[in-house]
Design a protein around this ligand. Structure first.
Ligand SMILES: Cc1cc2nc3c(=O)[nH]c(=O)nc-3n(C[C@H](O)[C@H](O)[C@H](O)COP(=O)(O)O)c2cc1C
Length: 350
């Protein structure tokens, strides 16, 4: 039976304190570009009523050229606590964007200092800030001055194996005024490959006063518990484990609060959830929502004979009706005893 050590259990039973903000959950839904829109967050929220959820990352200087606030910054007052994540490398644009984020209802403003994508690092944003710690410090200081909600940072352990700089970097972020840091235990060079090196997260936790959130390879209740034991972190953030599985944050949260493991949703319940996700995306975004839904549908459709064919078909849907029909057909087959196969871990890259 999975159990946390009594000391860890007692520590995690208290709220997560991010500056003056108290969150009654130690599990967070990560920002995922192209995924964690309002529709997805509503599904996560249903199973994790108290966890902090993150928007997709928002390009701060782009906001200067937009007349209206973009849809990715939209927060439903009923889904809070929610953090808006920003990326850029120019402190004054980030500070202005942070003010807009707070006006939209963000409970915290998070700065992306971990994105490995060339298009972003070439311009000085994302993980390239690990190589410009002075700029990263200035960014945090400027935003802290500009807003009255906690400012947080999400980053990686370093640029590559020769530059694992997270200990110094995290201390700098704390000194600049960050109220929490989330660490993805991989270098920029690793991208999403290899294991997340949780040992570095543990090292940071031992020297920082602000909360440290562990991220990377949290795919189940078991991995979350192991990560919390190994790192001593103040919480865990789920990422790829939630693709096609908006239940994960809630499952971990439930375990940390009760010590019990919830029964996993059945394949039929997962496909029902896929249908709801598709319909809600269409309602929220129109035609564009259907194209975005294709990848989500493929993430939901796994673990049974015929799943791969279904994924191929779902990937081509042009209308909600087509998607619903395909999913209903699969649900009918599962209900009449279709064979279930071993789950394979889905490895995604951005
Ligand atoms: C599709 C996708 C989109 C992502 N978008 C963001 C993002 O917008 N902001 C961010 O900080 N990290 C982003 N990430 C990184 C994740 O938040 C997380 O740090 C990473 O996937 C490691 O966790 P995992 O091993 O549990 O997936 C993204 C990752 C994926 C796979």
């Amino acid at each position: 039976m999975l159990q946390l050590t009594p000391h860890l259990k007692a520590r995690l039973a208290t709220p997560l304190k991010i500056g003056a903000l108290e969150i009654n959950s130690r599990v967070l839904q990560s920002p995922l570009s192209g995924v964690t829109d309002l529709v997805f967050r509503r599904l996560v929220r249903r199973y994790a009523p108290e966890s902090m959820l993150y928007t997709e990352m928002v390009h701060a200087s782009r906001l200067q050229h937009l007349k209206e606030i973009p849809i990715i910054m939209e927060i439903d007052p009923n889904e809070r606590p929610v953090s808006i994540q920003l990326f850029d490398c120019r402190p004054h644009f980030l500070a202005e964007a942070a003010q807009k984020a707070v006006a939209e209802g963000a409970d915290t403003v998070d700065i992306n200092m971990g994105c490995p994508v060339n298009k972003i690092t070439r311009k000085g944003g994302g993980s390239s800030l690990l190589r410009q710690p002075e700029v990263a410090e200035e960014i945090v200081r400027e935003i802290v001055k500009a807003v009255d909600v906690p400012v947080t940072v999400k980053t990686r352990i370093g640029w590559d194996d020769a530059e694992i700089t997270i200990l110094d970097f995290a201390l700098r972020m704390q000194d600049a005024g960050a109220q929490m840091i989330t660490i993805h235990g991989r270098t920029r060079a690793q991208g999403y490959t290899g294991n997340a090196r949780w040992e570095w997260i543990g090292k940071v936790k031992r020297v920082l006063d602000i909360p440290v959130i562990a991220n990377g390879d949290i795919f189940s209740v078991e991995s979350a518990a192991r990560c919390l034991e190994e790192t001593g972190a103040d919480g865990v953030m789920c990422s790829r484990g939630t693709l096609g599985y908006p239940f994960l944050v809630g499952e971990i949260d439930y375990f940390l609060k009760t010590g019990e493991i919830l029964a996993a949703p059945t394949l039929i319940q997962r496909l029902e959830c896929a249908k709801e996700h598709l319909e809600a995306l269409y309602e929220y975004k129109g035609e564009r929502g259907i194209y975005q839904a294709r990848k989500h549908m493929a993430w939901y459709a796994k673990g049974f004979v015929g799943a791969s064919d279904l994924r191929g078909e779902l990937n081509k849907i042009e209308t909600v009706k087509q998607g619903v029909e395909l999913l209903d057909k699969a649900i009918d087959k599962l209900a009449t005893g279709y064979e279930v196969i071993e789950e394979k871990e889905v490895v995604m890259s951005q």
